[in-house]
Design a protein around this ligand. Sequence first.
Ligand code: FES
Length: 103
Amino acid sequence: MRFYQLEKFINLHDGYRRVFKIDEHQLLLLQHDGERHLFEAQCPHRGHSLETAHIENNCLRCPLHGYQFQLNGGHVRVVSEEPCRPLRCYELVYRDKDLGVLL
Ligand code: FES
């Protein structure tokens, strides 16, 4: 596994949101209520981008069909069509003044 630097701490704030492309991975880093989360950037239902997904009741709501995934753990909370797997979460790694991920 290799460390990939994503962002500097100093740039993070509530409302922060950014998509990173690393090799075949597309990752969504966001901060909400002081907590930082790193998810796959595409919805596990049908692959829509979650970059503009709203946050409601501590869930990320996909703009396409409204499926909701818990910020903590990515569990599926609301579905409107067929079931889908949870949203993949990645562990954030803190190094010096940087935030990153091991891939
Ligand atoms: S693609 Fe996200 S809910 Fe369907």
